[in-house]
Design a protein around this ligand. Structure first.
Ligand code: NAD
Length: 388
């Protein structure tokens, strides 16, 4: 019974003009049109992004949404065209969008540039400019890919479905750092510091996400040693009172590193600070077997997010049509779930991916005996077919 009105505008494939954006809503406040900034980037980025967009369009057709894409440059391709990895226009268009999809940046062509001119600056620059403080890294072991898991089969018999929620803009990576002279020679320091507000906002994100999952949060810290962890844990316990339906458990980081390879099925949402999260999310993700399967999201205080595969631009396989697009496609599913609250649509993508794998289709990175090897475009086609 809703009546919609649409304002559509076509954007060129180059950097567009941020003023061109208009918010479009269905009557009754239900949104149907979504503005997505697309930073396909370098290497395999554009190849996997092409399939991602085909999949999203299939979802749009099936569920009645319009996804409007603005392709912008970031990374090495922006260096080649504008002499800088993150042009201001790219930032402006990302800010004016509902979310950002990113492929990957980097490659050997730009490896000799100084640190602040390298393609990877585009990532850090975007995270900073967009205020993305919450990093979500799911580690899901698909039934069909249990063989690729480096753990013993009995350890993953119950499956693995972990969401690491990592604080991304605080802690030791951003604290005061420096050098000083001591009796033991030159010393260097990096200060680990967290404020109550920083802990509160990431904790709320973790609990909101847990509400949509198995309603279990494992808070990981080092409160037996670190003052910053003691404050962290106190704030987590306060925030948890607002989410009585979610179970909270605490775990010391060293124990968590062990538990992830001993009994990964015990985890649902893992909440932790920046450096612990950096390490634990890589460890958790390894149980899934391939980098081509790993999605990620970075969120700010609103529903806005940047979604990208965890892997890089894979220059060794770029242009060959063999890259696995699943990580990028699963990142788009996260976008539907976390930025747009389109849970059914996200489920449709995740179920299609699971079904394609179950039916034995594999890209080269997850290939095993008796399965059918297909390329990037065929994998995208198959996922679209299963969504239909
Ligand atoms: P990488 O993730 O690009 O590649 C590591 C290995 O994994 C390679 O053998 C590659 O072929 C494989 N691989 C990665 N993604 C794959 C996919 N979707 N399908 C199949 N195989 C896949 O890491 P790297 O080689 O260390 O870095 C290459 C470039 O990417 C560097 O310039 C690096 O700085 C950049 N990088 C970018 C990001 C990002 O954009 N977020 C992240 C990491 C690295």
């Amino acid at each position: 019974g809703f009546k919609s009105f649409c304002i559509t505008k076509t954007f060129s494939l180059s950097v567009g003009n941020a003023q061109g954006f208009k918010k479009i809503y269905l009557k009754g406040g239900i949104k149907m049109n979504y503005k997505i900034a697309v930073v396909a980037g370098d290497g395999i980025g554009p190849e996997v992004m092409e399939q991602n967009i085909l999949v999203l369009n299939e979802i749009g057709k099936k569920f009645g949404h319009t996804f409007e894409y603005t392709h912008v440059l970031g990374g090495g391709c922006a260096i080649d065209k504008y002499g800088e990895p993150l042009p201001q226009e790219t930032i402006d268009i990302c800010k004016a969008s509902d979310s950002v999809l990113l492929g990957a940046v980097g490659g050997w062509q730009w490896d000799n540039l100084p640190g602040d001119k390298r393609p990877e600056r585009a990532l850090l620059g975007l995270r900073g400019a967009l205020g993305l403080y919450a990093n979500l890294r799911p580690a899901t072991l698909h039934d069909a890919l249990k063989d690729a898991c480096p753990l013993k089969p009995e350890l993953v018999a119950d499956g693995v479905d972990i969401m690491v929620v990592r604080e991304l803009t605080g802690g030791m990576y951003f604290g005061e750092k420096g050098r000083k002279q001591t009796d033991m020679g030159e010393a260097a320091y990096d200060v680990e510091q967290y404020s109550e507000k920083e802990v509160e906002r990431i904790t709320r994100k973790a609990f909101e996400i847990a509400r949509k999952r198995k309603k279990h949060v494992t808070n990981v810290d080092k409160q037996n040693v670190l003052e910053s962890s003691r404050l962290w844990r106190k704030v987590v316990e306060e925030v948890a009172k607002d989410y009585p339906e979610v179970t909270l458990e605490h775990m010391l980081v060293d124990n968590c590193a062990m538990q992830l390879v001993k009994d990964p099925a015990q985890f649902d949402v893992v909440l932790t600070e920046n450096m612990f999260g950096d390490i634990l999310s890589d460890e958790a993700s390894m149980v899934t077997g391939s980098i081509g399967m790993l999605a990620s999201a970075s969120l700010n205080d609103t529903k806005f997010g940047l979604y990208e595969p965890s892997g890089g631009s894979a220059p060794d396989i770029a242009g060959k049509g063999i890259a696995n697009p699943i990580a990028t496609i699963l990142s788009a599913a996260m976008m539907l779930r976390f930025s747009f609250d389109l849970d059914k649509e996200a489920d449709a993508i995740e179920n299609a991916v699971a079904a394609v794998l179950k039916d034995g289709y594999r890209t080269i990175d997850i290939m095993s005996e008796g399965k059918e090897q297909i390329g990037t475009a065929q994998m995208g086609d198959k996922i679209c077919e299963y969504i239909k």
